[in-house]
Design a protein around this ligand. Structure first.
Ligand code: IPE
Ligand code: IPE
Ligand code: MG
Length: 245
């Protein structure tokens, strides 16, 4: 498009919860003949900016997919580089949360992570838990089917112990056993890099979210791209199965 109309930001409907599948770091690096880990590093920088932009726009929850339960299938070199990046990222996060009043929560299965990483996750969650600004949710070793499986396991043991009566299990009970307990469902899901699939992300929580796909590779994603996604969201008509007004 030669001429793109400027978006009037004052008319945007800001989603309370934005979830992002940050995809395309590898392709970004490949295009520049750089190693994949250079793409991940640039991706982490893009994320830092986006958290601030989202907070300033009034987004209350930002959830990002950083590493899936399936991503262990990548080379040891790439997995190690990613784990190093998370460790550094979480360390910086502790400082940042104090400055910008951000609350951090990590979802996913932790026991498979390196012990230094687990310590940092606990530290950042603990130091930021009373902050009242944006809630930043980082999904590491996260897979929705794994999350649901763990939830069923926990729920069943509660039933076995007599703490929960099977007849009383409702949808809220199930939500409360997921890693995302107490976090509202995403309003908008963004996936970058042109792929149009969920790749095992938040299957339960995304039941009524609006989806937005863009060809933009994650390291190139910025405030303008976020505004475009929110603009698309603003135009959607969310009906939740009800009648059109
Ligand atoms: C997303 O970028 C980051 C992770 C999955 C960790 P990719 O590494 O999947 O990048 P592409 O899809 O190969 O371009
Ligand atoms: C999904 O991206 C996981 C993250 C962005 C962390 P992938 O690149 O791993 O997904 P597939 O393999 O293309 O489905
Ligand atoms: Mg990918």
């Amino acid at each position: 498009m030669l001429f793109q109309k400027k978006i009037d930001e004052s008319k945007l409907k800001i989603p309370a919860h934005v979830a992002i599948i940050m995809d395309g770091n590898g392709r970004w690096a490949k295009k520049r003949m750089l190693p994949r880990k250079a793409g991940h590093k640039k991706g982490a920088e893009a994320l830092e900016e986006i958290i601030e932009d989202a907070a300033k726009l009034g987004v209350k929850y930002l959830t990002v997919y950083a590493f899936s339960t399936e991503n262990w299938n990548r080379s040891t070199e790439e997995v190690d580089a990613l784990m190093d990046l998370f460790a550094q990222y979480l360390k910086d996060c502790v400082e940042r949360t104090n400055k910008n009043n951000m609350r951090v929560k990590v979802i996913g299965e932790r026991s498979r992570l390196r012990s230094d990483l687990i310590e940092r996750i606990n530290e950042v969650e603990e130091t930021s838990k009373n902050n009242t600004g944006i809630t930043f949710v980082l999904a590491v070793n996260y897979g929705s089917r794994d999350e649901i499986t763990r939830a069923v396991r926990k729920l069943s043991s509660n039933v076995k112990d007599g703490a929960i009566n099977p007849e009383e299990i409702d949808m809220d009970t199930i939500s409360s056993f997921l890693d995302t307990a107490s976090i509202p469902d995403p309003d908008l899901l963004i996936r970058t890099s042109g792929e149009e699939r969920l790749s095992n992300f938040l299957l339960w929580q995304l039941a009524y979210s609006e989806f937005y796909f863009t060809d933009c590779l994650w390291p190139d994603f910025n405030r303008d791209e976020l505004i475009k996604a929110i603009y698309a969201y603003t135009k959607r008509d969310r009906r939740f199965g009800g009648r059109k007004k």
